[in-house]
Design a protein around this ligand. Structure first.
Ligand code: GDP
Ligand code: MG
Length: 296
């Protein structure tokens, strides 16, 4: 058998190309949040996949935020750059048939020394092989040093090929994490991610990006978890929207989040959620830190 390999893989790409979906499919667990709404991944999140001869440590980077220039977006872009430093492989995700300026921007921040694999995702959306071949040729011309692997994250198509390609760039060394570790993020963090995902999904397009979730209390009693969370919004009108008629929207959000938490943690969860208003926080670096963005 070949020597064990272990290393870090930065997943990079503009919003909505399917980075979170791909990570979830690869590590086989719902850890990174996904959404139809771009830019819902605000933190870096490691997913770990351990095979017989390889350990892949994935870092899901937030989407690029070229259009807005608030402190929050600057912090997110810093996360992208930071997560690329010291990575063994950069995995750029593109959407098949769609090459946009933001994709080129994503490509531009990857240093020429970092081995580059490009996953051409959502091939299930293209009709026939012709358009895919044309797209592959275009990307190969744009970036000759990259290895291209067409995949469908949603259908799980060609993912073994993608892993094989990534593996060739990982250093020979023993595993860093235990074989059954899925992520190095703790449950408190995952609870916030799951609640945030439901918030974005269930409030539709009205809720602006300037809202966040913070976990105020996380207690374990045996197999049971008691979690107090706050949804923090910009304005009173957003608060009313999240709470909904007779509190029904908030109840829907909290229930969906609790069900996912119970699945992930493997035990009962008592979840209480409050909605709080905090004006202008996206433009205030200090409030970012208070809210737990200090490590960005
Ligand atoms: P991210 O912003 O790059 O993390 O993208 P997400 O993983 O949140 O995915 C954005 C949207 O693309 C979601 O609606 C996914 O279901 C969808 N998506 C992801 N992968 C595929 C794929 O292989 N095929 C299709 N048709 N849709 C996909
Ligand atoms: Mg994402």
């Amino acid at each position: 058998m070949s020597a064990f390999r272990c290393g870090t893989v930065a997943i990079v790409g503009r919003p909505n190309v399917g980075k979170s979906t791909l990570l979830n499919k690869l590590v086989g667990q719902k850890l990174s949040i996904t959404s139809r709404k771009p830019q819902t991944t605000r933190y870096r999140l490691n997913g770990i996949l351990t095979k017989l001869d390889t350990q892949y440590i994935f870092v899901d980077t937030p989407g690029f935020q070229m259009r807005h220039k608030s402190a929050l977006n600057r912090a997110m872009n810093r996360t992208v750059t930071d997560s690329l430093r010291d990575m063994d492989v950069a995995l750029l995700v593109l959407e098949a048939g769609q090459l946009e300026k933001e994709d080129r921007d994503a490509l531009a921040i990857i240093s020429a020394e970092t081995p580059l694999v490009i996953a051409i995702n959502k091939i299930d959306k293209l009709a026939g092989n012709g358009p895919l071949l044309d797209f592959l040729k275009m990307v190969a011309a744009l970036c000759p040093r990259a290895e291209l692997v067409p995949v469908s994250a949603r259908l799980g198509k060609n993912l073994p090929e993608l892993l094989k390609t990534i593996r060739t760039h990982l250093p020979e060394q023993s595993a860093i994490y235990a074989a059954d570790d899925l992520t190095d993020r703790n449950e408190r963090f995952l609870a916030a991610e799951l609640l945030r995902e439901k918030l974005f999904r269930l409030t539709g397009d009205e809720l602006p990006y300037g809202s966040s979730v913070t976990i105020e209390k996380f207690e374990e009693e045996g197999q049971m978890r008691r979690i107090h969370a706050a949804i923090i919004v910009d304005k009173d009108s957003h608060k009313a929207m999240v709470i909904g008629q007779k509190g029904l929207k908030l109840k829907e959000i909290a229930t969906a989040a609790r069900i996912d938490m119970e699945k992930l943690f493997g035990g009962k969860v008592f979840l209480q959620v409050w909605v709080k208003v905090k004006s202008g926080w996206t433009d205030d670096e200090r409030s970012l830190r208070t809210l737990g963005f200090g490590d960005l």
